[in-house]
Design a protein around this ligand. Sequence first.
Ligand SMILES: Nc1ncnc2c1ncn2[C@@H]1O[C@H](COP(=O)(O)OP(=O)(O)O)[C@@H](O)[C@H]1O
Ligand code: SF4
Ligand SMILES: [Mg+2]
Length: 329
Amino acid sequence: MSALLEVTDLVVAFGDVRAVRGVSFSLSEGETLAIVGESGSGKSLSSLAVLGLLPAQARVESGEIRWAGEDVSAMSERELRALRGEQLSMIFQDPLSALNPSLTVGYQIAEMFRRRRGLRRDEARRRAVEAMTEVGIPDAARRVGAYPHEFSGGMRQRVMIAMALALEPRLLIADEPTTALDVTVQAQILRLLRHRQREGLAMVIISHDLGVVARTARSVVVMYAGQAVESGTVADVYIAPAHPYTLGLLDASPSARDSNREIRPIDGYPPDITALPTGCAFHPRCPFARERCRTEEPDLREFAPGRSSACHYAEEVLARGAAVDHAGA
Ligand SMILES: Nc1ncnc2c1ncn2[C@@H]1O[C@H](COP(=O)(O)OP(=O)(O)O)[C@@H](O)[C@H]1O
Ligand code: SF4
Ligand SMILES: [Mg+2]
């Protein structure tokens, strides 16, 4: 069986600056994949490219995106519209930008049922109330008439989820779905998404929070400066990271591992994509870096079945991570 979504060597560029530099990932029906990395690593652009919703100045320079085996770039505008929303939908990083502030929330959800399903106005409104109730918005019959600004951040995120799931897509791309929310609301939203996963929804969850990823995804792609630097199952990668950047993210994340090791942020900042370091883009921040790293760019290589790392010294990092774990235990 072919994958539901398959992205191969995706390159997204602004003019001659490449913001996504050859990213590949795939997932099957009902599976959840996480994409993690610091802000600016190219996570949002990678997923926007899948939906054909890149900002005007950006373009897919090369690479291939396949949906259920079909080349998305060969689809007509009509086929793409049918794909988006119906098969594949997205919760955007900035929920306010996706809602029209001058229309009631209920109207905006009902509009989807009217336009896409051809429902009559009263029936569409009934379905909107139903969709809002399903995502845990209390008193939906009344709040269907409220405007976006009358909802709290958490409720607005629920509205976004209701809209994204209204047409029962097979895949949901959730871009930082809990980032702006407090911990309690975050847990509620994750519960809601996990419930949908159990019903068979496939998901790409984008986050800089490794704790969120651990609780939702089976496999993970770690991105740095527009590239995938590590991938594998969450269980494998979290227990034994094979790239210094992943190791750094885990050490910097309070919720990712329930170990008693101290929280230590990664030194320095992500690079400016218009002036990337030579060799390995991570070398200025890497505690494992040596001379070779300044000159020779590492390829993403599969060092064990289902596990890849873009580090010259992946095996060494792997051993070090394990040694630290033993010392801490
Ligand atoms: N509209 C834009 N114009 C110019 N550069 C952009 C734009 N959007 C994103 N970028 C650049 O692309 C890089 C990746 O962006 P993005 O995919 O949004 O990162 P992430 O979602 O991982 O935080 C950023 O570092 C930014 O410099
Ligand atoms: S290739 Fe070198 S600089 Fe890059 S992550 Fe590995 S050790 Fe660090
Ligand atoms: Mg983003």
